[in-house]
Design a protein around this ligand. Sequence first.
Ligand code: AMP
Length: 414
Amino acid sequence: MKIRPVRGTHDLFGEEIKKFNIIKNIVSKIAKLNSFNEFQSPIFEFTDLFLKPLGEHSDVVLKEMYTFKDRNDEQLTLRPEYTTPMIRGAITNNLLNDLPQKLYGLGPMFRRERPQKGRYRQFNQINFEIFGTDDYLADFELIFIANEILKSLLPNNNFELHLNSLGSKLNLTKYKSVLSKYFQDKKRFLTNESKEKIYSNPLRILDSKYNEDQEVCDLAPRINEYLDQDLKNHFERLKKALNLCNIKYKENHKLVRGLDYYCSTVFEFKTNDIGSQNTLLGGGRYDGLIGALGGPNIPGIGWAAGVERVSMLMDQSININNSLVHVALMDEKYKDHLINLINYLNKNSIEYFWNFKYNLKKSLSKASEDKIKYIIIIGEDEFINNSYTIKNLLNGKQSQKRLDEIKNYLNDKS
Ligand code: AMP
């Protein structure tokens, strides 16, 4: 048997795991700054949690969920997204007694999509959610945080915020029927894929990737002509708040998002730098969803970003930590000396690397290859004098030190 990874999955190691951890650190730092609490849910839930809220005609439910029967015949699904599990968790842990709730999380999601660059079957998402307020400042805060995170991780990258309002659920239902009628009249110009959605999910035709469909969509009735006045105001105030912080956006009347639970504000951050899978982050309001899942009838809003897509755009050259020290042992005879050093370095939180090679030349060339500043050498001399030689590989200077002097020496000279 030849072992292989499951299609659409990938291992994280080397530079990739370093980037993953940088993303995690930035996310938790910005979450803390804005008083969002971390929430981790299990990776599987009862299937019913996802079916209705995501929409029985959505691609995720129709084609992409990993659903299986447990031994006692219960239908379970690997979570394809984080919003519904977070709401389930907030309800079952009684978090909604204290509103608003600001939660965030980062973890793996599962969708059986056709794998390609930037699209996997197991991928990681960052999620931010606010439960319990319909204030436009919640929309602003979430978009602001998304922008801060992307700016910190991708300082050299161009990404663009696309913004739209879908109005209330009622308004959206009206708009869907207007749109469906319009597409029925233009059916002959649409691709087969879009024809299938005319009755079940006309909104999704708007973000079709085919030119034929887009030509029809360009002349379609626009959602902003159907917005209720209070949500129109909500949207205008949000845009003003973004202007105040100089966050640029593009109004995109075709932005509808893929899942059924959205209404009112929807947004995406897009980039032109990673090919066809160009959405880094997407989200919006889902007023009504928490009530539909058995919670109180309170509004909610949130977003999800793809960790792998952000990671693909991050600079390849991650700064090598200057404090990292290499250790070279010239002979197996001095192993006890090394054990004392390892103990000391750990106690003093000094990162080190050692390669089990017992060969000074190999250790030196590895250290210079890794652009390491200091190497600590243990040989005959050091063994006899009960000391350690510290060599600065940048200027060639070296000095023999006792174990308890190493930390100060590295600090003084760095
Ligand atoms: P969605 O929940 O579909 O709105 O996705 C939110 C974000 O998650 C997207 O903008 C992507 O960055 C990321 N994402 C969604 N699906 C995948 C996937 N199959 N592979 C990698 N990233 C994904």
